[in-house]
Design a protein around this ligand. Structure first.
Ligand code: MN
Length: 128
């Protein structure tokens, strides 16, 4: 089963993301802060991480840098979720190591399209 870890401190956003992901048959792992998210990523090695950029304590981009710098988790694709749509943000997000980007507020179709595309890209290469 495809497993997606969502790291999100807003209960409303978490609920929405979980409903959308479960509607596609994905198993959802949930963390409400970066530390818990990193722990779950190491323990569970999900297929994809949805990372809220603005988190209490450690922010999502710092958490992304840590995950991408760790041999145990660096191959997990990470998509940033951010309310910021300011110039320079996309660069900041990719510089931190995020593989993709979703702007809030979440638009259902776009959200699911990006998630499906990232999961497809994260599949291991066929051998031979
Ligand atoms: Mn947040």
């Amino acid at each position: 089963m495809t497993r997606v870890l969502t790291i999100e401190d807003s209960a409303a956003n978490m609920k929405l993301v979980v409903v959308l992901l479960e509607s596609q048959g994905y198993e959802v792992l949930q963390a409400t802060d970066a530390e818990e998210g990193i722990r779950l990523a190491r323990e569970q090695h999900p297929d994809l991480i949805l990372m809220d950029v603005q988190l209490p304590g450690m922010d999502g981009l710092t958490a992304t840098r840590l995950l991408k710098g760790d041999i145990a988790t660096r191959d997990i694709r990470i998509v940033a979720l951010t309310a910021f749509a300011m110039r320079g943000d996309h660069e900041r997000i990719s510089a931190a190591g995020c593989d993709g980007y979703i702007a809030k507020p979440i638009r259902y179709k776009e959200f699911l399209k990006v998630v499906a595309a990232e999961l497809e890209m994260g599949k291991p290469m066929p051998r031979g």
